[in-house]
Design a protein. Structure first.
Length: 266
């Protein structure tokens, strides 16, 4: 048993098994593989939503047809395909659970046909999902100007808490200021939602003498950089302490497994 385990390249083995290993292991493995599907599904769903806002796009070939009906469209077909396949992969997790639950004593042969389909499909689906996701990530296009436009449209509403705190620091009553900001927000919201106009919240604040104590500070208060928190540092830390280390472990593993051609030739 020890020799076979080592020969197969495994570092551990089942201590006790019957004719076969427990079919619960299949369930554990397929659930882990399905996790790839749920992650890619989430990523591609977010990408599709952002693509609908024209903030980013997946790779688009020069002569690619985005829609057979509407020539202008650039459907995120790779992401759509990933979401579709990911749902299939996630759905496969149910079958191994039932297979394990329905085994008689040590094992019955009603597991065989099921496993040959489910396990193969799970790994094949995960493989194409990873390949397609890699293609999307390597060619993804981001449109910073569109993102900036959307941020600036919402920024006056996002900044109301900062505006409130700045007024309180200047001596204003918090409740009174909160009410004035609420009223101005509702009025500006009507301009946006009912009339299709730009967000004029800041213009309304600038025209209201109540907010005179912070009129000169408005540009600083609504600076977008005030609203990103520690996001840049968190991204850098995550890449350094998680992503790069994980990539390096696979690189080293690949080197260790690489055959020694000189020794093989000898």
């Amino acid at each position: 048993d020890k020799l076979v385990t080592e020969k197969a390249g495994f570092t551990s083995k089942f201590t006790i098994t019957g004719q076969t290993y427990t079919r619960k292991m299949d369930s554990i493995i397929i659930n882990a593989v399905a996790g790839i599907g749920s992650t890619i599904n989430k990523f591609c769903t977010d990408l599709r939503l952002l693509a609908s806002l024209k903030e980013l796009e997946e790779p688009f070939a020069k002569n690619q047809i985005g829609s057979s009906a509407m020539p202008y469209k650039r459907n995120p077909m790779r992401s759509e395909r990933c979401c579709s396949l990911a749902r299939h992969l996630i759905s496969l997790t149910a079958s191994p659970v039932h297979t394990h639950a329905n085994q008689w004593f040590e094992r019955t042969l009603d597991d065989s046909a099921n496993r040959r389909i489910v396990i193969a499909e799970a790994f094949l689906t995960a493989d194409i999902l990873l390949n397609t996701a890699q293609n999307i990530m390597q060619g993804m296009v981001v449109y910073p100007k569109v993102i900036e436009k959307h941020i600036l449209e919402e920024l006056p509403f996002m900044a109301t808490e900062n505006l409130l705190m700045s007024m309180v620091k200047a001596g204003a009553d918090r409740q009174e200021c909160h009410e004035k900001l609420r009223v101005l927000s509702v009025e500006a919201g009507k301009q946006v939602k009912e009339l299709g106009k730009s967000n004029d919240m800041l213009q309304r604040i600038s025209a209201d003498e109540y907010f005179a104590p912070i009129h000169q500070l408005l540009s600083d208060i609504v600076n977008p950089s005030n609203f990103i928190g520690r996001a840049p540092q968190q991204v850098e830390k995550f890449i350094k302490e998680e992503v790069l280390l994980e990539i390096e472990s696979y690189r080293l593993s690949s080197i260790r497994k690489r055959p020694n051609l000189m020794c093989d030739a000898i």
